[in-house]
Design a binder for this molecule. Structure first.
Ligand code: G1P
Length: 288
């Protein structure tokens, strides 16, 4: 079944990025010249998906405004003859078909994805956390939807992590290695820590789900903090159908925390056609 829809859970407080996120959604934090959420939307569009539901909460209206038309700004840019900027601003509003769904209480990533059930309306959906920028030759979401179309079952993006990563991510147990990059999963555990980790393969914030995920989320009990974890819901699904993982090809920057944001900003600036050379010079002179 073709994947035509995607969900972006964007309701969280962004506590890892305070004080920047006190009065501004963390998804609007800018890397080079675009907010994080625009990178996510562009990745989704790169997988041929145009229908996107963003799960938001109070204080996140900037997300809606960013993807809306801006007639005053557009006429101002037109009058001033700033045609390139005008085109860029207009393109954002036409990137995709976005809907916004409010999550009244923040009850975990699983619960946030459940808010998109009626949007999915019985179709498979991709789900992407907007904290990360994936810098890939082929959109990371496309790498997952290709696998989903082959297997017809849940696909998660995987990455290798160190000990510290086992405390930050869901960790998987492999049932079968299908190819160099594709695995069938036997089990998974949310943030197990190094002693209990099944492997060094972590579930990153990219998923493609069949419609059955929503029943699985509803059947998932909340964790000790009262949150419904998507990892636990995938585990419920695993009793009923296979789940696959794809070691994605490319680079991921976890920009939802300060050091990852700095790494992402510097790395992407170094690759940027306009800023690459000057930033290299600046860094060299600072290190001298
Ligand atoms: C969530 C998931 C976790 C996954 C991570 C990827 O955790 O629950 O399984 O590894 O995203 O970023 P969070 O970062 O919301 O705590």
């Amino acid at each position: 079944m073709k994947v035509r829809k995607a969900i972006i859970p964007a309701a969280g407080f962004g506590t890892r990025f305070l004080p920047a996120t006190k009065a501004q959604p963390k998804e609007m934090i800018v890397v080079i010249d675009k907010p994080l959420i625009q990178y996510t939307v562009e990745e989704i569009v790169g997988a041929g998906i145009r229908r996107i539901a963003v799960i938001t909460s109070r204080g996140k209206t900037a997300l809606e405004d960013h993807f809306d038309r801006s007639p005053e700004l557009e006429s101002f840019l037109e009058e001033k003859g700033k045609i390139e900027l005008l085109e860029e601003v207009r393109t954002i509003a036409g990137l995709a078909e976005l809907s916004f769904i409010r999550q009244p209480d923040m009850l975990g990533l699983g619960h946030a994805i459940l808010m998109g059930e009626s949007f999915a309306a019985g179709e498979p959906v991709a789900a992407l956390t907007p904290d990360d920028i994936y810098d890939c030759a082929v959109s990371c979401t496309r790498q997952l939807t290709d696998a989903f179309e082959e297997f017809g079952a849940t696909v998660v993006a995987l990455g290798r992590v160190d000990e510290e990563g086992t405390r930050k991510y869901g960790i998987i147990k492999v049932k079968k290695k299908i190819s160099e990059r594709v695995f069938e999963l036997a089990d998974m555990e949310e943030k197990p820590g190094p002693e209990k980790a099944f492997s060094d393969l972590a579930i990153l914030g990219r998923y493609v789900f069949p419609p059955e995920i929503f029943a699985a989320i509803k059947a998932t009990p909340p964790d000790s903090r009262g949150e419904i974890q998507i990892t636990d819901a995938i585990r419920v699904l695993l009793d009923r159908q296979p789940v696959y993982g794809v070691l994605f090809e490319g680079k991921r920057y976890d920009c939802g925390h300060k050091l990852g944001f700095l790494e992402g900003t510097i790395s992407l600036a170094l690759k940027h056609p306009e800023f690459g050379e000057p930033i290299r010079k600046i860094i060299r002179s600072l290190l001298r």
